[in-house]
Design a protein around this ligand. Structure first.
Ligand SMILES: C[S@@+](CC[C@H](N)C(=O)[O-])C[C@H]1O[C@@H](n2cnc3c(N)ncnc32)[C@H](O)[C@@H]1O
Length: 224
């Protein structure tokens, strides 16, 4: 089962490093330009989250919660903003995305911002800079094999992605990750929770951005 982690009320007052602000600003401009293009098909499933609030949440979780490991996974990474935020906080990060166009933008984000974030003391001062490999972005489906059947609505946007199972490509399983981040479409938050509960390791944490001022965190625990 999933146990809610109670997030502090003043989460949005937590400081955000200048370099994180700069990356978020840059990515918002890129995302806006991408969404304004009239000559390429729009990817309606891609919506940017409130990256400042996600940073504040992840920073707080990292500081206050027991972690069962150091692997972080972003479900549907898009431009990979959250993958890079988690990398800057010291996790070993992987992002999975089904859309190849978005993945290209994600790779560009890693190329343009990873070293800048890592080399700034204002970003990495809170953790020892044992930063390992750069984040890995993988094209594929973030739903583990068989998990689509947990959905009670066949129209949920996370379903029906005709791409290879990403875990097979990675040689990992969902239960190899200590933290998973997702931005579910309205109405599919419960489905993401069910998938996480079914496949994640006990003790792993699910972080969801569900809309403005609505960020949630859960820990997978054994049934009583
Ligand atoms: C609401 S967007 C969130 C993007 C990003 N995580 C963020 O917070 O900015 C959801 C993303 O998940 C991707 N996606 C949806 N279902 C997927 C699936 N089953 N496998 C891989 N990617 C998926 C979409 O293409 C889209 O980029």
């Amino acid at each position: 089962m999933l146990q809610p982690i109670s997030l502090p009320r003043n989460l949005d007052a937590r400081p955000i490093p200048t370099t994180i602000h700069a990356m978020v600003h840059d990515l918002r401009c890129r995302i806006e330009a991408f969404q304004d293009r009239w000559d390429v098909p729009q990817i309606e499933q891609f919506v940017a989250a409130d990256y400042e609030l996600v940073y504040q949440t992840l920073d707080w979780l990292r500081e206050s919660q027991m972690m069962i490991g150091n692997r972080f996974l972003e479900w549907g990474c898009g431009f990979a903003a959250v993958t890079l935020i988690a990398d800057s906080l010291g996790w070993d990060c992987i992002g999975i995305e089904s859309e190849s166009t978005l993945l290209t933008h994600g790779h560009q984000t890693v190329a343009d911002w990873c070293q800048t974030l890592r080399s700034n003391d204002d970003v990495t001062s809170n953790h020892t800079a044992t930063l390992s490999a750069v984040p890995e972005l993988v094209r594929g489906n973030f739903l583990p094999t068989g998990s689509e059947s947990l959905a009670d609505d066949p129209t949920l946007p996370s379903l029906g992605h005709d791409t290879e199972n990403a875990y097979r490509k990675l040689g990992l399983e969902l239960d190899d990750f200590a933290v998973v981040y997702s931005y579910p479409w309205p109405g599919e938050d419960e489905f993401h929770e069910l998938v996480f509960d079914r496949h994640a390791a006990r003790g792993a944490i699910l972080v969801q951005f569900c809309g403005p001022n609505d960020v949630r965190a859960w820990r997978a625990v054994s049934n009583p």
